[in-house]
Write a protein that binds this ligand. Structure first.
Ligand SMILES: Nc1nc2c(c(=O)[nH]1)N[C@H]1C(S)=C(S)[C@@H](COP(=O)(O)O)O[C@H]1N2
Ligand SMILES: [Mo]
Length: 439
């Protein structure tokens, strides 16, 4: 069943870059249902091997439909001030992700932290004159300067993982509209600030307080100053979590303008949209917040599994909260060369929303066998966990390294995009990188 002949006019590599579904069908045969899928063999295997320029020692484990990650289109780079190596997905609003191999540091340098904007970055982001209002279901509404926040509350500093709910959206099929994030809308910087809990306690939460509503100073894309770009909130319990911060420093320096200077929320482990940047107001509400970013299908997913492409009634959507267990391979870089027959280090990070990661397993034979990596505990709750393992590849050829993390409730990462949803949230499919073992 494998392989109708390849079109003469184009190589497999080009075809994968342009039309991966057609390329896949040519190599693996038509996709007519799981029962009709086989394994890579015959002319398909020959074409794939030719395209990669190397043998595939574990080709027998490559199930039909597995597109070698080496054949994915290469991203192109653009420069942003005081950011380095980020891949820009769009510049109005500015959205940029970090290639996984640039996320290798245990704590993400500011230069390499992704940027996810819905509106226009405020022109003025210096701390002088900035105020934060706390109002709504509180006994004493407060207006605080950044100096007052520093003076009146305990200042704490933690490494905190922040991931966009749409990270991995690019792999949805049928595709989901929006920024086509691949792997790099995630980071773990060291954030310094005060606990949101302490500030809410100072304002005195009324018994009616159930949810927060966050507002920032970024301008709506339309330019209309009355329009709100994004306003999410969290249930009071998450707002009172001691690792939910109102932050004024990132990695020991003022926050980068695109990451929310001079003041932002960091709600670690939850959809990044909860972590309001350029923070000006927290309105405490007596019901679930309904600002832009919390209604319809935005940051919301069907409450039950649905078939890809299925229409789901609006009332069956629930708002995304904690992010699922996930991991990244940050070294070696995707598509790099590694030695044959000699051990080399593979490493990365893993995180699991509100939970901890209990193990990370790694495969280099398309998932046929797995080895357990050495996994560090988080440096503090809600920091991502660093892992490493030494692998040794048996012979020259093309390999993929797959990583799979498991959380403290025993949940692990799937191979394919799980739980299809129309906006492409919560993709925690395992990360695959290509390596070429050469002498
Ligand atoms: N004011 C404001 N805050 C915001 C956003 C925004 O567009 N405006 N984007 C949110 C989203 S969706 C994410 S994933 C995180 C990203 O934070 P970062 O840009 O610092 O990486 O910021 C959140 N906070
Ligand atoms: Mo996001």
């Amino acid at each position: 069943m494998a392989g109708s002949p390849l079109p003469r006019e184009r190589g497999l590599m080009e075809l994968y870059a342009e039309d991966p579904i057609r390329a896949d069908a040519l190599v693996f045969g038509r996709r007519t249902g799981p029962s009709r899928r086989g394994f890579l063999a015959g002319s398909g295997l020959a074409a794939m091997t030719a395209a990669l320029g190397l043998p595939i020692p574990f080709a027998r484990h490559m199930s039909a439909g597995l597109v070698p990650v080496a054949l994915a289109a290469a991203p192109s780079g653009t420069v942003i001030a005081r950011k380095e190596g980020l891949v820009v997905l769009g510049d109005r609003p500015l959205n940029a992700e970090t290639p996984p191999h640039l996320l290798d540091d245990p704590v993400t340098p500011t230069e390499r932290h992704f940027i996810r904007n819905h509106g226009i970055t405020p022109e003025k982001t210096d701390p002088e004159g900035w105020t934060l209002v706390i109002d709504g279901e509180v006994e004493r509404p407060l207006t605080l300067s950044i100096a007052e926040l520093r003076r009146q509350f305990e200042v704490v500093s933690y490494a905190l993982q922040l991931e966009c709910a749409g990270n991995g959206r690019a792999f949805f099929d049928p595709p989901a509209e929006g920024n086509q994030w691949t792997f790099g809308a995630v980071g773990c910087a060291r954030w310094t600030g005060v606990r949101l809990a302490d500030v809410l306690k100072a304002a005195g939460l009324k018994p009616s307080a159930v949810y927060t509503a966050h507002y920032g100073a970024d301008l709506h894309l339309s330019g209309d100053p009355k329009k709100v770009t994004l306003s999410r909130g969290v249930p009071i319990a998450k707002a009172l979590n001691p690792y939910t911060l109102i932050a004024f420093e990132m990695n020991g320096a003022p926050i980068h303008p695109e990451n929310g200077a001079p003041l932002r929320l960091v709600v670690p482990g939850w959809a990044g949209s909860c972590s309001q940047k350029w923070l000006t107001r927290i309105w405490v509400r007596d019901r679930e917040h309904d600002g832009p970013g919390m209604t319809g299908t935005s940051y919301r997913v069907p409450r039950y599994p649905v078939a890809p492409g299925e229409q789901v009634p609006p009332e069956d959507f629930v708002v995304v909260e904690a992010m699922p267990v996930k991991s990244l391979v940050t070294h070696p870089a995707h598509d790099s060369q590694v030695p044959v027959g000699r051990p080399f280090e593979v490493r990365g990070h893993a995180w699991a929303g509100d939970l901890e990661v209990t193990r990370v397993d790694v495969s280099f034979d398309f998932g046929a066998s797995w080895q357990q990596a050495q996994l560090d505990p988080p440096v503090n709750p809600y920091a991502w966990q660093n892992w490493r393992i030494h692998l040794q590849l048996p012979q020259k050829g093309y390999y993929e390294i797959w990583a799979r993390a498991t959380d403290s409730r025993g949940r692990s990462q799937p191979f394919r995009v799980p739980l299809w949803n129309p906006k492409g949230y919560l993709n925690n499919a395992m990360h695959r990188i290509a390596v070429r073992a050469t002498a």
